[in-house]
Design a binder for this molecule. Structure first.
Ligand code: ROI
Length: 163
């Protein structure tokens, strides 16, 4: 069975733009998984502690035969390959890959929450999702564009729309 999933990419250390560009390719290299669509790439003001560099953020649509938990493991492998610094809570990171949506599934476990709790709140997730598919339904009983209505995007700047 093929499943549709969305992954949010974020980086604010060690050439963030290169981290995110190479992460798109690495998503396409996950077993039984294909990169379907890339959003634009954005520069965003940090959410949380402000004494850290701006982030580069984007979203990828993938299709996969993996289960949500198998996919999570593969995302963590990619993160670990990029990670040269220890993660501090809400601090800077070389690469974050968050599983945002997996079909219309709702998952609430210790290790995985889908839809990602940030989906409805974060400009740097919803704006790239709008690039990919504003009409997409979510398990939150709203489409992406309905969630997006309330979002302030003044903290975001598109830097790469040539995808
Ligand atoms: N802030 C922005 N703008 N983008 C992120 O990807 C991001 N990721 C995080 C925290 C530190 C919460 N802030 C962020 O993990």
């Amino acid at each position: 069975m093929l499943h549709t999933a969305f992954v949010a990419l974020g980086s604010n250390l060690e050439e963030p733009l290169l981290q995110v560009r190479s992460a798109f390719d690495e998503l396409n290299s996950i077993p039984e998984t294909t990169l379907i669509k890339k959003s634009g790439i954005y520069r965003s003001v940090p959410m949380g502690p402000q004494d850290q560099p701006d982030f580069i953020n984007a979203v990828a649509q993938i299709s996969t035969e993996l289960s949500p938990f198998e996919l999570l493991k593969e995302l963590q492998k990619i993160e670990n390959n990029h990670k040269r610094v220890r993660k501090i809570h809400w601090g800077p990171r070389t690469l974050d890959l968050d599983l945002i949506l997996y079909d219309q599934e709702i998952i609430n476990t210790e290790i995985l929450t889908v839809p990602h709790p940030g989906l409805a709140l974060r400009s740097f997730v919803l704006k790239p999702m709008m690039d990919i598919n504003p009409k997409l339904a979510t398990p939150l009983n709203k489409t992406i564009e309905e969630l997006f209505i309330n979002i302030d995007c003044s903290d975001l700047k598109i830097i790469d729309n040539d995808l």
